[in-house]
Design a protein. Structure first.
Length: 578
């Protein structure tokens, strides 16, 4: 088997970091009993290993095929997706009124982690639909919800997010797609959509009989920039009188991209309204598109952070298996010259522990962020505000970790890691997109210092640092030192001009994210020690958890404090490149 879900680890983090038991004390999440949580975590792990994982290499080598506007998925994908829908995995945190299970978003995050670790490219189809659901719940009309949410919630139809255009890139405000309101006839009140979008994940495929596109466009006379953007629901097929998707809607896939990785995910160039009329429904108010889209974006950013865990877990498992089997050289300093498996050599052990500790840290960070979203839904305003702070940290830092761990996985394999047949290279290729999409990691850092830093007069970030410092206590001096370094940089950033803040934003984000991870690892360290002393739980797992958290706190946390000079250097330290 190529992937085994880390069920014990996931349940431990859910308990000690996400505080899933505390969520279940509230009526809204009362169904999240310990038995239910364990059943979901175990069940999705088995499903991912048995159904998604065998298709990982298939999707990488037998890519989706474009044929005159249609995309045919690789063999086995359609059947696997049907099983996903039938098992109800897409409806975990979906709204109960529309067929969902109304369970915590944190549990849905575990589901996405398992699917993505098994097959990252394929699982992208499962990531964006929940964001479309959240956008419609927040800004859609009752009729839109009743029409579209039942099928989106089950996964029978999937949702996409259409932002990027060829001339705009990350500058969403520069988009040129248009939406003109129909004022008479049977389609009065709808909008004629025209334009082109690129990099649309699962914008076209044959897994479902309809695709629901959420498209940003500009109405006539709307101001330039993001203020003039509106959001539209544009289905691949409009619905007939019986609610069936049978009416062609002028949505066409012009091509799919040839990419470095995530080959199992068709990334489409989409054309709207070129050859036939394309009609869309406005979601929310005219020129309120960015507010509605950010509901999708924030969900997607946490899910992309989850991809860092996915690749880290898969690469770590593969590297550990390889290192435990690969015989090479005698152990240094040993009189016995018999070759040993490479996991006995100190530098390989260092890499394996770093891979494991970083992956566990990323998991703790993303689960914690997801849990704050859930507690926010329960009325905890402080948790909701903390989720705002954690989102750029989780998206950027966890995806950086995914790239690092995948690279280390190749290093553990040595020359064999550079050979495609071993599979280690695929993890590296797949991981590299995650720091780029849903807002590049540089944009996440800019958001941190440009918007999040000033929220509540800076008290939100300072409150997080206070919790980190308190959590370090006397046990973890390295974490205390990093917390104080973060505090000093935060105080400087609060007074510095924006160009100086931006110049140091990325090292600052890394410092703050590492400190947050260190705090969450310290909590797990104490939890594992307490359980071990009580004789509760899996002894081998608890001992390994103590070792990985100690490694993180003693070897990874101290290095982050060294980023302070770069964070404080200011814009003058970055002269223009000739």
């Amino acid at each position: 088997m190529t992937y085994t879900a880390p069920t014990t680890e996931q349940l431990f983090v859910l308990q000690h970091i996400a505080r899933i038991d505390a969520m279940a004390e509230h009526e809204r999440f009362a169904a999240a009993t310990p038995d239910m949580v364990e059943a979901i975590v175990t069940g999705i792990g088995d499903f991912a290993a048995e159904v998604y994982a065998p298709l990982n290499r298939v999707g990488d080598t037998n890519n989706p095929k474009w044929d005159d506007g249609k995309v045919i998925m690789p063999p086995g994908f359609k059947e696997a997706y049907r099983q996903f829908v039938e098992a109800g995995w897409g409806s975990i945190d979906g709204p109960g009124a529309y067929g969902g299970q109304d369970l915590p978003f944190t549990l849905a995050t575990v589901v996405i982690e398992a699917l993505g670790s098994a097959n990252m490219g394929f699982s992208l189809c499962n990531i964006l639909t929940p964001g479309a659901i959240h956008a419609l719940m927040a800004y859609g009309t009752e009729q839109q919800r009743a029409t579209w949410l039942p099928k989106l919630t089950t996964g029978e139809w999937n949702g996409t997010m259409n932002l990027t255009e060829p001339a705009a890139g990350s500058d969403v405000g520069a988009l040129r797609s248009t939406a003109e309101k129909v004022t008479e006839g049977e389609h009065a009140g709808l909008y004629r959509i025209k334009g082109q979008k690129i990099f649309i994940t699962f914008g076209e495929h044959d897994l479902t009989d309809n695709i629901v596109h959420l498209v940003l466009a500009r109405t006539p006379g709307a101001p330039e920039g993001t203020r003039g953007i509106s959001l539209f629901l544009v289905p691949k097929y409009r619905l007939d009188a019986d609610g069936r998707p049978t009416i062609s809607n002028g949505v066409r896939c012009a091509s799919i991209e040839h990419k470095l990785g995530i080959h199992g995910s068709p990334t489409a160039v989409m054309i709207y309204g070129e050859e036939e009329e394309c009609l869309g429904e406005i979601v929310g108010e005219e020129m309120g598109g960015m507010r509605a889209m950010f509901v999708m974006m924030n969900n997607a950013r946490l899910m992309i952070g989850c991809q860092g865990i996915q690749i880290g877990e898969r690469a770590t498992q593969q590297a550990q298996r390889f290192a435990a089997e690969r015989l090479q050289s005698a152990l240094a300093g040993s009189p016995d010259r018999t070759p040993v498996t490479i996991d006995k050599h100190p530098d390989v052990r260092r890499m394996l522990w770093r891979m494991r500790a970083q992956t566990e840290a990323a998991r703790a960070l993303v689960y914690y962020a997801a849990a704050q979203v859930d507690f926010g839904k329960l009325g905890d305003e402080a948790a909701a505000m903390r989720a705002e702070i954690l989102t750029p940290l989780a998206k950027a830092h966890a995806t950086d970790i995914g790239c690092e761990v995948a690279s280390l996985g190749i290093q553990v394999h040595g020359g064999m890691g550079f050979i495609e047949e071993t599979g280690a290279a695929q993890h590296y290729r797949d991981a590299r997109i995650a720091p780029i999409y849903e807002g590049t990691n540089g944009i996440q850092a800019a958001d941190l210092v440009g918007r999040k830093l000033g929220m509540a007069g800076g008290d939100l970030i300072r409150g997080l640092i206070d919790d980190i410092a308190y959590g370090a206590g006397d046990d973890f001096p390295e974490l205390s030192q990093l917390a104080e370094a973060c505090r000093a940089v935060t105080d400087w950033m609060a007074k510095a001009p924006l160009p100086d803040r931006l110049a140091g934003s990325y090292p600052y984000l890394t410092m703050l994210a590492t400190a947050t991870c260190g705090w969450l690892m310290a909590l797990q360290h104490r939890g594992a020690k307490a359980a071990l002393e009580e004789g509760a739980g899996d002894t081998a797992f608890l001992e390994a958890k103590i070792a990985s958290t100690r490694f993180y706190l003693q070897q990874i946390v101290p290095a982050a404090a060294g980023l302070a000079p770069a964070a404080l250097a200011g814009n003058a330290a970055l002269p223009e490149i000739a």
